[in-house]
Every structure is written in C-alpha cells, then in structure tokens.
Design a protein around this ligand. Structure first.
Ligand SMILES: [Zn+2]
Ligand SMILES: [Zn+2]
Length: 305
C-alpha cells in the first residue's frame, strides 16, 4: 500500500504543514481512498499523482474542523470536473447533517451519487481485495481509527524451480505468476502451485484519528504500519494548562512497541514543533520507547508499506 501525507499539522496549518489528510492507494492500482480532509487538502492532491476521478471512498475520523473542513470544497471540485463515479463518505454521526447544511446553503448539486455512511461502532467494510475495519477511539468527540487489510497475496514465483521444470524464460513465466496454468511446447502442463511459494498474508495498516489511548490498537497487532498522532512531547503536554485528549510522543512509542508496529508514522504535529530541532525532540522521545522504524510525517511524504 502507498500512503501519501497531504496534511500533518494539528489544529491549525503552518507554512510547511496543512491540517490532517492522508491518501492510501493499494499497490499497483489507480483507485485510492482519503482519510480525513482538512482545509486545502485539494491543493496537496494537485501536487501529487492522485486524481480526483479515481478517488472512491473518504473516511472521516472525527468532525473537528482540522479533519473535515476541506471536504465541502473537495466535493464541489470533484463535481466541477464532472466526475460521475459514485463516492462513499464514511464518518461519525453528524457528518451527513453537516454536508446537507452546506450543500443546501450553497445550492450545490453534484453530478455523482454521494453515499454518506454514518459510523456507529466496530464495523467491517469489504472493498474488493481490501477490508477496512473501524475502531472507536478516545477523544473529546467521537473519533475513529481504521484498520486496512489486504487480502492474502499469492506466493513468490521461484524462477529456479520453473527453469528446473524446463519452462522457457519469457511470457510463460508471466502467465504462471498471474495464476494461470501453462502448456509447454512438449505438451506438458505446469500449474502455478508447482512454481509458486505458499500464499503470503496481506499487509495491515492502521490509520488513527485524534486519540489519547493508542493502546486501543493492541488487539490489531502486529501492524505493518500505524499512522497515529504524536501531537506533543510529554514535557510540553504536562505543562499545558488546558489539556485536550491527545497522545504524546512518549505514549505513542510505548504503545507502538506493545502493538508490534513495523513502520510507525507519527503525524498531527503541534505547530510549536516548527523547526527540525524541535521535530527531532518528538522523534527521539518515540525512539526511546519504540524499536521499529519511525518516520515523522511531513506534507508531501509518500511511503510504501
Ligand atoms: Zn486534530
Ligand atoms: Zn480532534
């Protein structure tokens, strides 16, 4: 799966970071999914290789403005481009009302079917080769996480075994890799199972909305990738007079180690970490508790999981 970070700031944008948005594109496909749609997400999409025509589903983690205020503009633009493919938008209760109010006031009509699906708890959404499970999180308003799992992938092709069976290198190799049996020039038939290893489990990646209990992902571990907020260092958080329900770098590191995360992508960064030195404080705090790969996300980052 490919992840595109389109917005990585918490609460308000900065010069370098837009507010929350993340695109996920299954490997080798052009269709893609959007997780959250903060203001100006469409500008970041324009800077990427993603096309609004191939956007199929939008998942909104929660209804705070820094995660959803870009949705109205994005829908309107998709309409102005005359995209006619249907679009599904999943989000907490209240999202449908929000959309209706804006569309009614703006007299916005769309040339595509818009299906708004309210999230009500733990659910599973099947999407041709992908399964998305929803997970209620802990924040000041209802917030969700999403676990995206690929279907099992075919085993690896073994060229040595294929040569050993006398299969000539070339198009027949490709046919076998695609799961078709082939007939050799001497009349023998070779089946894919003779030259492929055992099926491999698909990748599993979780994308979290704002949340102060990252341990909620533990039952889903191990995870190949986890995208989760690390809004503050522990020290800065402890000093805040008013505390909102967010996760610190320390808490995220501890949870990720327990969950068993392959690649941890920390995002939703408070604007106070506005220099490479300050960003490094977050990374180091995570690393002192977590031994996997850590990346502090930035706008424009593209990662293959
Ligand atoms: Zn937020
Ligand atoms: Zn929030």
């Amino acid at each position: 799966m490919e992840l595109f970070f389109l917005g990585t700031s918490a609460g308000v944008p900065t010069r370098r970071r837009n507010v929350s948005a993340l695109a996920l594109r299954p490997t080798g496909q052009s269709r893609w999914f959007l997780f959250d749609c903060g203001e100006a997400t469409q500008h970041r999409i324009l800077e990427s290789s993603l096309s609004l025509f191939r956007l199929e589903r939008i998942f909104i983690t929660h209804l705070h403005g820094d995660h959803v205020y870009g949705l109205f503009g994005l829908l309107a633009s998709r309409g102005m481009h005359r995209c006619e493919a249907p679009l599904w938008v999943y989000g907490p209760e209240g999202l449908g009302e929000m959309l209706e109010a804006v569309m009614r006031a703006s007299r916005l009509t769309l040339p595509f079917d818009l299906h708004v699906v309210p999230l009500l708890g733990d659910e599973t959404i099947e999407l041709e080769g992908l399964r998305v499970s929803t997970l209620p999180l802990s924040h000041s308003i209802p917030s969700y996480g999403f676990v995206v799992e690929e279907a099992r992938r075919p085993g690896r092709f073994d060229p040595e075994r294929a040569r050993g069976l006398g299969i000539p290198e070339g198009p027949l190799f490709g046919r076998l890799q695609q799961g078709h049996s082939v007939r050799l020039p001497d009349g023998r038939t070779v089946h894919p199972s003779q030259v492929m290893g055992p099926p491999r489990p698909g990748k599993r990646v979780a994308v979290a909305g704002d949340n102060d209990q990252p341990g909620r992902f533990e039952p889903w571990g191990p995870l190949d990738g986890l995208v989760h907020e690390a809004t503050y260092t522990q020290e800065d958080f402890d000093r805040l007079e008013v505390k909102y329900r967010h996760t610190t770098a320390r808490e995220l590191g501890i949870a990720a180690e327990r969950i068993g995360v392959g690649h941890l992508l920390a995002t939703h960064i408070s604007p106070r970490y506005d220099s490479p030195e300050r960003e490094q404080e977050l990374v180091e705090e995570i690393r002192s508790h977590f031994h996997g790969t850590v990346t502090l996300a930035y706008d424009g980052l593209r990662i293959e999981i």
